[in-house]
Ligand binder design. Structure first.
Ligand SMILES: Cc1ncc(COP(=O)(O)O)c(C=O)c1O
Length: 505
């Protein structure tokens, strides 16, 4: 057993006293008149704001901004930043999110002045390098996906879904098939799939998952009809399993006049090994902020390009980067069937520089290693934890493994308790309660960037927790005791949310 995990879980520490200053907001640190910078009086006559703003738009009292010195400010935000779990500080096996290391060389390239100082309104003659890079990235992604054309515009995976569905809708419309509005989605799918379908004005219809964790063909067949616009399938799916019947599934959907959308958020597992276009799909999105190591969430923004067949290309968003015969690049909106623009300018350009760097830094050979190691690591976790947690769908798995904590739940320890205990052991928890078809789901995605020692330490902690559930389940309800904020009252948070800090509270 890993000593750190064992030690962390062995004792039942009372919540350590928290330094009072640790919990203060920046407003409580504030003191009237305190400043971080002194701005000298302007040396030129300054026409007051009163000449620019009409009286009704002017403040009557100054805003209540915090007044702090530079040191207090730095300490305050540094302290806050240390209260978080992040990939740079902790193992982060958050299933379906691919929280892998974002190489620093990506950041270095994105910060190059030639990229960082570009303005989106600069004309193409001044931005040839950036346009060329986008064009090249599109070609690389087309090769990787085995599809014909790419749009880099969508801002995230869910936005890619919406864009791809809009292309599908435009395709049916152009063929006089306005009525094709039903989109079939396996019941294991990520919530964004049905949400994107509704946002696009279509209707989601659930397809059952079979005992092997893959689409149940008979159920799919029974739901295909003349109103089917598409099947939206995640591959590998959210149970961490490869949809082995996808070519046959695509044939059936096409025979019914529908198209196949592949949610490619889990591409990390098959990168360089499988070209989804060859399986028969028509459109997919990729999450640059997962597979191609650009930052997630607060470190984002994300990027969710889509890849399409030649039949769907006319509908891609505009403007598009095109290469002229003389080798120069320009932006063209000369695509009359396009669904139009889905994002300001060309999308989140800094993500493109990072993803391109990642692809070039690895090269074709090493891309394959990414997927192989991601799958190996997930199967290693599967093998170590299988004796201790229920595995509702048989492995081997792809990039992630989904266990059920129903055995522990019967002892009084839920998936939520396990997540909180992991925080005390120094690990970000896995995704819990998703996919929805797995009771007490624990969805673990170790990614390829973690060492065996780290994965072993995590598995040791999970095993220690399974033992704790058998010996002292009550203790699980107290966790976490080492984090700045302990277990919150979830009912109170939902029923009586406190959404605004008030002075004196
Ligand atoms: C399988 C799957 N599909 C779609 C998405 C949506 O991607 P995004 O969060 O970038 O919108 C996610 C995000 O985690 C996902 O895991």
């Amino acid at each position: 057993m890993n000593r750190d995990a064992a030690t962390a879980l062995a004792s039942t520490p009372a919540r350590p006293p928290r330094a009072e200053h640790d919990a203060r907001t920046i407003f409580e640190v504030s003191r009237p008149g305190r400043r971080g910078v002194s701005v000298p009086a302007p040396g030129v006559p300054c026409r007051g704001i009163d000449t620019l703003l009409p009286p009704w738009a002017r403040r009557r009292t100054p805003p209540r901004l915090p007044e702090v010195g530079e040191l207090q400010l730095v300490r305050h935000y540094t302290r806050l930043s240390r209260r978080n779990f992040s990939i740079d500080t902790h193992f982060y096996p958050l299933g379906s999110c691919t929280m892998k290391y974002n190489p620093r060389v990506n950041e270095q390239v994105a910060a190059e002045p030639g990229f960082a100082h570009l303005h989106p309104y600069q004309p193409p003659e001044q931005t040839q390098g950036a346009l060329e890079l986008m064009w090249r990235l599109e070609r690389m992604l087309a090769t990787i996906t085995g599809l014909h054309a790419i749009s880099l515009q969508p801002a995230a995976g869910a936005h890619g879904e919406l864009t791809g569905l809009l292309c599908i809708r435009a395709y049916h419309r152009a063929r006089g098939d306005e009525h094709r509005l039903r989109v079939l989605i396996p019941d294991s799918a990520h919530g964004t799939n049905p949400a994107s379908v509704s946002t696009c004005g279509m209707h989601a219809v659930a397809v059952r998952t079979g005992a092997d964790g893959r689409i149940e063909l008979a159920d799919l067949e029974s739901k295909l009809d003349e109103n089917t616009a598409a099947l939206m399938v995640t591959n590998p799916n959210t149970l961490g399993l490869f949809e082995t019947q996808l070519p046959e599934v695509c044939e059936r959907v096409h025979a019914a006049g529908g198209l196949v959308y592949m949610d490619g958020a889990n591409l990390n597992a098959i990168l360089g090994l499988v070209r989804p276009g060859r399986l028969g799909i028509d459109v997919m999105h990729l999450n640059l902020h997962k597979t191609f190591s650009t930052p997630h969430g607060g470190g984002g923004p994300g990027s969710g390009p889509i890849a399409v067949t030649s039949a769907l290309e006319p509908y891609l968003p505009v403007p598009r980067v095109v290469r002229r015969e003389d080798g120069r690049f320009e932006l063209s909106s000369d695509f009359p069937h396009s669904i139009g623009r889905v994002k300001a300018f060309l999308g989140h350009a800094a993500m493109f520089w990072r993803a391109y760097t990642y692809l070039r830094a690895h090269g074709a050979h090493d891309l394959v290693q990414i997927a192989r190691h991601a799958v190996l690591n997930a199967n290693y976790v599967l093998a170590r934890l299988r004796p201790h947690y229920d595995l509702p769908y048989p492995g081997p798995c792809m990039h992630e493994v989904v266990f059920s904590a129903r055995r522990q739940k019967r002892l009084g320890v839920s998936a939520l308790d396990i997540a909180k205990l992991l925080l005390d052991a120094g690990f970000h928890p896995p995704t819990i309660y998703f996919p929805l078809i797995v009771p007490e789901a624990l969805m673990i995605e170790p990614t390829e960037t973690e060492s065996r020692e780290t994965i072993d330490a995590f598995c040791d902690a999970m095993i220690a927790i399974a033992r704790l559930a058998e010996t002292d389940p009550e203790r699980a309800h107290e966790a976490p005791v080492t984090t700045p904020v302990g277990r919150i009252d979830e009912v109170a948070a939902a029923r009586r949310p406190v959404l605004r800090w008030q002075p004196g509270e």
